[in-house]
Ligand binder design. Structure first.
Ligand SMILES: NC(=O)c1ccc[n+]([C@@H]2O[C@H](COP(=O)([O-])OP(=O)(O)OC[C@H]3O[C@@H](n4cnc5c(N)ncnc54)[C@H](OP(=O)(O)O)[C@@H]3O)[C@@H](O)[C@H]2O)c1
Length: 392
């Protein structure tokens, strides 16, 4: 029962934050080979950009970068989510109010060069806005997810991997929940292309985005833990890979893709080179001036018995999640995705967490969560020592 709860929590946290699960047999694959690839800002014309959403995690970083490059930005939201990062830039943003469910009036009879659809949570929402805007906007950028590749099978999932676009029969409740998100994102991509055509669509599929402003608490374990030093429990097998991308690297790439008119479908996946979970931990721990050692807890059954199924960016690499950290970034690299050093992400996320941008209540809840790896670490390390003794 406990295991199920933990598994469900994992699924919910993953899907809510934009990562879920994949597909088969679509014709979504294309990439404009003529698109310009260099991330330059000079010689670019000023763009009028509409962001559907824009006030939560990815959006504020896109806006800050777009404005720094001389572009103009409008957002479209219900006016409920108040930005907690880059608040200063919003005084230069036109804030349009409506509801993707039933009120798009503020978008009527307006023109923009680019629309970025961050807030696409239903296929119908994307269909409605893409159709409303197709004659008045140049480019539609859809913020998808590597969740379209669920169930993550194989060792090198690329933009050419066929997607699942309809719910398969015979799934468990949990599998359906995960599959649903990928199907929604995959079909939303199709609606984008139906309305704007391949020649005016840019689809970006981010993996786990991490960094300042994250609305989930799924990555903060690592900056907090690295800062403490000491013996750090690292879950996963020696060969387990991790994938993640600093939200700012993704946000900035969006704007450059728009500037360069780089039409196509792209995974937004990092790091640049393959990285195991142990390499991630060792690299991340260098952020702080503390002594650290590492204990790799590499027995999946032991981890599951302790309700550890994921500690993002690590996800247990079995079953439908086997390939979730085996997604290709080749096309992204060829088209200008750049990566800041992991230690910048860790440090900035740590500083952000300690700042007023994160409420005391949230910090307290996290610190008092008895199910977090942080809370269970010492006990697990002792148990692991005994477990090793029994095994040897
Ligand atoms: N986080 C990840 O790791 C990750 C990974 C892969 C993909 N993604 C995808 O990335 C995208 C960006 O997520 P984000 O939260 O960072 O985006 P964001 O653009 O910063 O914020 C989401 C926005 O949606 C608006 N919104 C919500 N419901 C609305 C409605 N009914 N009508 C109009 N606006 C509405 C919210 O404002 P109001 O509440 O004021 O309406 C908010 O501005 C999502 O599509 C997600 O699936 C995320």
């Amino acid at each position: 029962m406990k295991k199920n709860n933990s598994r469900r929590t994992f699924i919910k946290k993953s899907t809510l934050a934009g990562l879920a699960i994949p597909l088969l047999g679509s014709t979504l694959v294309y990439c404009d080979s003529k698109a310009k690839k260099e991330p330059k800002s000079s010689d670019k014309k000023q763009l009028n950009i509409l962001i559907l959403g824009g006030t939560s995690f990815l959006g504020p970083h896109q806006i800050a970068y777009a404005i720094s490059r001389g572009h103009k930005v409008s957002t479209f939201t219900r006016g409920k989510t108040i930005p907690t990062i880059h608040q200063e830039v919003f005084k230069n943003v036109e804030q349009l109010i409506g509801d993707r469910e039933n009120n798009l009036k503020a978008l009527e009879n307006r023109t923009w060069d680019v629309v970025i659809d961050n807030s696409g949570r239903k296929v119908q929402w994307t269909k409605d806005t893409a159709n409303l805007l197709k004659d008045n906007v140049g480019i539609y950028m859809y913020t998808s997810s590597t969740g379209v590749y669920y169930p993550y099978k194989g060792n090198d999932i690329s933009e050419d991997t066929p997607l699942v676009l309809n719910m398969p029969e015979g799934l468990t409740e949990d599998q359906e929940y995960e599959q649903d998100y990928g199907i929604m994102k995959g079909n939303s991509e199709l609606e984008t292309i139906k309305a704007f055509g391949k020649e005016r669509s840019i689809i970006v599929r981010p993996t786990y985005m991490i960094g300042p402003g994250d609305k989930t608490d799924r990555f903060i374990h690592w900056p907090l833990r690295f800062a403490q030093g000491g013996n750090i429990l690292v879950p996963g097998k020696k060969e387990d890979l991790v994938q993640y991308c600093d939200v700012r690297d993704v946000a900035e790439w969006f704007i450059r893709l728009a500037e360069n008119k780089s039409y196509g479908i792209y995974n937004a996946v990092g790091p640049k080179e393959k990285q195991t979970v142990l390499e991630f931990a060792k690299e991340g721990a260098k952020t702080f001036d503390t002594e650290a050692s590492f204990t790799l807890v590499d027995d999946y059954e032991f981890l599951k018995d302790n309700n550890i199924f994921f500690t993002i960016p690590w996800v247990i690499a079995e079953g439908d999640h086997y390939g979730s950290a085996r997604i290709s970034n080749t096309r992204a690299l060829e088209n200008g995705l750049t990566y800041r050093p992991l230690k910048d992400t860790v440090k900035d996320t740590y500083d952000w967490w300690l700042s007023d941008a994160v409420s005391d209540e949230r910090k307290q809840n996290y610190a008092n969560d008895p199910n977090s790896l942080m809370a269970k670490e010492n006990e697990m390390l002792s148990k692991w020592k005994k477990h090793q003794g029994i095994k040897n």
